[in-house]
Design a protein around this ligand. Structure first.
Ligand code: MCA
Ligand code: AMP
Length: 485
């Protein structure tokens, strides 16, 4: 059976001594990563599922690779997740053990789980177990919907291999590439593309720990060949390029990279143009989703047309469909993107109805994204079907989960959440609140902290607007489109 991470099985030769991952000063070669993860794989073999406390560290890489080697599905956890969301994810995914760094302090909601500390210096005593089958689950990644708590998307090994190989084809991604990024390691972008991508190619990744424009400049100037980021990061890079103090090294670093890739949300044309004007380099976009991994992408030798996410990747079938099910075949009509291919998830954990609802009767996955397709096959995303999904900083956030959290605050009688355009974040979360006591409404900061503590800091409202009543239609449904009008 073909291996998901073949470079890890080369115990000698040039690959074994090559740098696999670098987090600041902490480097693991392929031999070291293979040793530490094979050793850990032996300790978790046979577990039903493992949770990974997914800090931006080599420990997370070793933990995830160990789970992949052992054939045990891994559930990456955002270490900033608040108590309610964490309790939901742990109850839903029922891991038998949590993998963490020795120095990590875990919250009480993980107290009932066995904990294993990851040792990045461990050496393997036994060979890795046989490769699991391609259809077996590799990762369970939690993703928000319009209502209710996040759902766990089950990603089989086949989907990861297919999507990464399609990107290899599109971007001529090789073992010589050194990927630079600062994306979190509990989502598809940072973990699957940003870590498993380089590892599948036998190349390397340098993680910045946290995003700074200086860090990007430093790593690209010292050997980095590719940069992955969300539009907020490119917006900040574009801003830094316009800053006369110190923009020279950043300009040179970006100009020297082989590929600058943006994804997870739309890259505004303005930021695209600012970067092109300053560096002579064009950022290319690719379009994906937790449930589908990558669907389209501008090729390395393709035309980076701002406002488009490129043609479908190899192996991906993509079509646009109207509300009544009519499949579109022109270049002007807007329809929902539906996809099929080996890159897809197999379902939502414990949610058969949600899984069934996500697919058409003939097996196409409904993305909920609205688009047109240019004559040469380039896809242009123009919006989303659901107004209750917000993309902020590249994170997908459901309005419903925030509304429920706000309603749990004693000072809130009614709440509605919307996304508003934001230069930096793409969209910012706005909470519309009817206070229980209009004389002393809860403060903005208090409500933001309340949501951050229950769910996650990136789900906190960035603005709170107080109302006497929420606008509702005759059926009592909140008319979100009239909020802010
Ligand atoms: C502020 N902070 C708080 C609070 N207020 N913490 C707790 N309670 C509060 N009330 C803290 C934050 O935790 C953070 O801490 C710091 O203040 C700054 O917060 P913030 O302004 O929210 O963050 P930022 O620095 O502006 O983040 C921007 C970012 C980030 C770096 C672009 O949004 C990001 O990493 N986005 C990537 C999302 C992503 O990977 N999406 C991919 C999904 P501290 O600084 O210590 O953290 S996968 C996907 O979409 C598909 C598959 C695809 O196509 O890729
Ligand atoms: P997530 O559920 O976090 O995986 O987010 C997936 C969603 O991000 C997609 O359904 C799109 O709405 C959005 N997305 C990802 N990449 C792009 C892109 N390049 N341009 C526009 N939207 C994107």
């Amino acid at each position: 059976m073909i291996s998901l991470l073949p470079a890890l099985h080369e115990t000698s030769g040039p690959t074994a001594s090559r740098e696999a991952v670098r987090f600041g000063e902490h480097v693991l070669t392929y031999a070291q990563l293979a040793g530490a993860s094979t050793s850990l794989a032996g300790r978790i073999a046979g577990a039903g599922r493992v949770a990974v406390w997914a800090t931006s560290t080599p420990e997370t890489v070793v933990a995830v690779v160990a789970a992949l080697l052992a054939g045990v599905p891994a559930v990456p956890l955002n270490p900033k997740t608040g108590e309610r969301e964490l309790a939901h994810i742990v109850a839903d995914s029922a891991p038998s053990v949590v993998l963490a760094g020795a120095a990590d302090v875990l919250p009480p909601s993980l107290g009932g789980l066995e904990r294993l500390d990851v040792d990045t210096a461990a050496a393997a005593t036994d060979p890795p177990p046989p490769e699991p089958s391609p259809g077996s689950p590799a990762l369970i990644v939690y993703t928000s919907g319009t209502t209710g708590p996040p759902k766990g998307a089950i990603l089989p090994r086949r989907a990861i291999a297919a999507s990464l190989d399609a990107l290899e084809d599109a971007w001529r991604w090789t073992a010589d590439d050194v990927l630079v990024h600062a994306l979190p390691l509990f989502h598809v972008h940072g973990l699957i593309l940003g870590v498993l991508g380089p590892l599948r190619r036998g190349g390397s990744v340098r993680h910045l720990g946290r995003f700074t424009t200086e860090g990007v400049a430093r790593e690209l100037a010292s050997g980095g060949t590719m940069l992955f980021g969300v539009p907020t990061m490119y917006h900040r890079l574009a801003g830094a390029l316009g800053d006369p103090a110190g923009s020279g090294s950043l300009t040179k670093a970006l100009a020297g990279a082989r590929l600058l890739v943006s994804g997870s949300a739309a890259l505004p044309v303005h930021d695209h143009e600012r970067i092109a004007a300053a560096t002579g380099r064009r950022v290319i976009e690719r379009y994906g989703m937790t449930e589908t991994l990558m669907n389209t992408g501008v090729r390395a030798d393709g035309e980076p047309r701002p406002g488009t996410v490129g043609p479908p990747l190899s192996g991906v079938d993509l079509r646009l469909v109207e509300e009544d099910g009519t499949v579109l075949d022109d270049t002007v009509s807007i329809g929902e993107i539906q996809v099929r291919g080996p890159n897809l998830f197999t379902g939502y954990l414990n949610r058969p109805e949600a899984t069934a609802g996500a697919f058409t009767e003939d097996g196409w996955f409904r993305t909920g994204d609205m688009a047109t397709i240019d004559a040469d096959g380039y896809v242009r995303i123009v919006g989303r079907k659901a107004t209750d999904l917000i993309k902020s900083g590249g994170y997908k956030i459901g309005a419903g989960e925030i509304e429920n959290a706000l309603l749990d605050h004693p000072g809130v009688r009614e709440a509605a959440v919307t996304g508003e355009p934001d230069d930096d974040l793409g969209e910012r979360i706005v909470a519309w609140v009817v206070p229980a006591d209009p004389e002393s409404p809860p403060g903005e900061r208090e409500l933001a902290d309340h949501v951050a503590d229950l769910l996650a800091p990136h789900k906190r409202p960035r603005a709170v607007r107080y109302l006497d009543v929420l606008p509702r239609n005759e059926l009592g449904k909140i008319m979100k489109r009239s909020l802010g009008a």
